[in-house]
Design a protein around this ligand. Sequence first.
Ligand code: ADP
Ligand code: MG
Length: 285
Amino acid sequence: MADYLQISLDSWVKVGEGGNGITYENPATQDVILKVNNDRSNGLEAVKKEFDTSAAVGRLGLPTPAMKEIVRVGDVFGLVMERVKNKKSLSRICHDEPDRTEEMARLLAAKGKELFATPCDTSVFPSRKKQALEGIDKAVFVSKANRQKIRAYLETVPESTACSHGDFQPGNLIMSEGKCYWIDLGRFGYGSPMFDIGHLYQICCVYAPMKQVQDIFHMTLDQFHRFWDAFAKEYTGLEDHSEFDNLAGKHAAIDVILRPVFAEPTFPEKLFFGLQVRKLAKRFF
Ligand SMILES: Nc1ncnc2c1ncn2[C@@H]1O[C@H](COP(=O)(O)OP(=O)(O)O)[C@@H](O)[C@H]1O
Ligand SMILES: [Mg+2]
């Protein structure tokens, strides 16, 4: 096994936290940050995958921090990457300046359109549609009838070589001096933009009442709803985006089905996912 530099967290200061890990800065090496994922994704294989995928996204020409190296942090592994100085995520801006919530939603829609207009390298990245079909086979927590309905819909989703972020939401677009950077790219792939949009809908319109979700995003329930409304209006160009919402709702169910493809769920998670899909299938299928 290749040797990885062993570093101690003693000289690092925690500066950020997302859904999957913690980021640190070191006063002695100000050009980089260190990201250490939680238990589920801090093994060498997972970290290597996030590193390689993120580096490949950089090669597509998308604005994203450069990957520097994989390091050992005690028993686990971490990623060292270029630090975006004086950054704020769009969700942090929503928290600090709530009046800018709609502006941030429109910005995510505009940057999302740029992302979805970028052709992906299909020899390097996975197809989201294929992953979703795989997810249906794995989704033993979903009733047979619902799996059939969702599979039938999924088969009608056109294959697309558009870039697909995999965790498309305002915490994963950071801004510095007017420039935006995509972060958290471990699930990057290609496919219909509706996969990413369904994920955003799931957060803003389904998970938003949950306290943990409000804590991770530093946003209130009302802000999530305002965010979605402004995003959908900007993305579709329509005041009445109910049709778009229905499509996003279908993809929200698919988003839940994708979870076990990305990480093996625990038993309570399987129960939770099962309930979520049942609720979404009843409403949107
Ligand atoms: N390259 C970077 N430069 C500066 N800050 C960053 C960088 N990457 C991540 N961060 C900070 O760390 C937080 C979590 O990073 P992220 O990759 O989204 O982790 P998670 O997988 O936990 O969501 C971000 O919201 C941001 O504040
Ligand atoms: Mg994140």
